[in-house]
Write a protein that binds this ligand. Structure first.
Ligand SMILES: *Cc1c(COP(=O)(O)O)cnc(C)c1O
Length: 403
């Protein structure tokens, strides 16, 4: 190929695709959120109170779960769920290596052992056949992660957990809007944890929600989320009169304050409209990127499932592209486009190598995706022009750096 005809990447001194930098992800704030925050600040009730409880009520309805508990993160939710379900020292919990480290960290926090099962290369989610191979007498539960918002094969996973009498906690940090067949994510497992971190589809800065259909699990999680005391402060000082608290567990400090719920109440209302826009952008990216040599597009969602469209991630094919994934991210930055990585596999992080002896090649499918994946900017307040710039930049770099 004639190199002279190729556009020089900005990282090598060429003209960038964009002048104004398109950041990878950012939450969007409306007047309603600002007014609600001011109302909360003025009300004097900054901690957990009426707005948090209203947010829980509406989120339970949205996720079709009987109970919802608002927390300060999804990580808190996963940790609480493991605690309530009785995971302790020596127990084994199976999850995917292709996730954020917190999914595995919380298993370690309980003194339990994270056991990874490789992904299915066709879905990038945990492979049910790999789960079954790792079940033994110490196995207590499974934490499937709906990576990038595509639902795991919950039918197969629930069949396995029923057969072996295991519990299931879904990590739905990416999957707030997702459905598996006729079931909303959040309505199927023993517990489901959602994240409202600043870059997630519903953002409160920091925040999360834990859903369950089990009344006693819900009650225990609620008590443990606030120091293990039997009533929360809101109820203690309410019109019903003062009652002293009693610590029935050595609980945590995981509750969501009304300040955060003020954001969540309004973000929740816009969730479906934003999902529609991302669905349109997903199709635009799929179409625009489909003829570019050197990249792999994200997998299709399983039949009869509805993805949340949280992250649009491609793979940079090392056999066709001369630069590494990390160099590709740097080059995109010079073109005016931010990108992220979701995720470098957990087992290769130094703590996991040192503590559990994991090493490269342990989970080849997760490593193949993890080492080549790159998430593109993908949020509802991008314009169509922004989406087209992303496509143009990827095309330009793939052409220039093709082997
Ligand atoms: C963001 C994320 C979490 C943690 O969410 P926090 O609310 O930040 O604790 C857990 N799992 C996955 C897959 C995530 O992306």
């Amino acid at each position: 190929m004639n190199r002279v005809a190729l556009k020089k990447p900005a990282i090598e001194g060429g003209k960038p695709v964009r002048k104004r930098f398109l950041i990878f992800g950012q939450p969007r704030l409306f007047r309603e959120e600002i007014d609600e925050i001011i109302d909360t600040v003025r009300s004097g009730w900054w901690g957990t109170g009426p707005k948090t409880h209203e947010f829980e009520r509406r989120f339970a309805h949205y996720s079709q779960a009987k109970y919802a508990l608002a927390l300060n993160s999804a990580t808190a939710g996963l940790h609480l769920a493991l605690d309530v379900l009785g995971v302790g020292p020596g127990d084994e919990v199976i999850t995917t290596p292709l996730t954020f480290v917190s999914t595995a960290n919380v298993i370690v926090h309980r003194g339990a052992i994270p056991v990874f099962a490789d992904i299915d290369p066709d879905t990038w989610n945990i492979d049910p056949a790999e789960i079954e191979k790792r079940i033994n007498k110490k196995t207590k539960m499974i934490i499937p992660v709906h990576l990038h918002g595509r639902p795991c094969d919950m039918g197969a996973i629930l069949t396995i957990t029923r057969k072996h009498k295991l519990k299931v906690i879904e990590d739905a940090a990416h999957a707030t809007e997702a459905w598996y067949r006729k079931k909303k994510i959040g309505s199927m497992a023993d517990f489901t944890a959602f994240s409202f971190y600043a870059t997630k589809n519903l953002a409160t800065g920091e925040g999360g929600m834990l859903t369950t259909n089990n009344k006693s699990y819900a009650l225990e999680a609620r008590i443990k989320s606030l120091h293990g005391i039997s009533h929360d402060a809101w109820k203690r000082y309410s019109a019903a009169g003062f009652t002293p608290y009693d610590a029935v567990y050595a609980g945590y400090k995981y509750n969501m304050p009304d300040l955060m719920a003020s954001l969540g109440l309004h973000q929740l209302k816009r969730l479906q409209a934003n999902w529609q826009i991302r669905k349109r952008y997903w199709q635009r990216l799929d179409k625009g990127l489909s003829d570019i040599a050197g990249i792999t597009l994200p997998p299709k969602s399983l039949p009869d499932t509805t993805p949340a469209y949280h992250l649009y991630a491609i793979l940079i094919e090392p056999q066709r592209i001369k630069i590494s994934r990390n160099q590709f991210i740097d080059a995109l930055k010079f073109e005016g486009i931010g990108a992220g990585v979701h995720f470098d596999p957990v087992h290769l992080h130094s703590f996991y190598r040192k503590t559990f002896g994991f090493k490269p090649d342990d989970f080849p499918h997760a490593e193949a995706v993890g080492s080549t994946t790159l998430s593109l900017p993908f949020y509802p307040h991008m314009t169509e022009k922004d989406v087209d710039d992303v496509i143009e930049a990827v095309r330009k770099l793939c052409k220039y750096y093709s082997r």
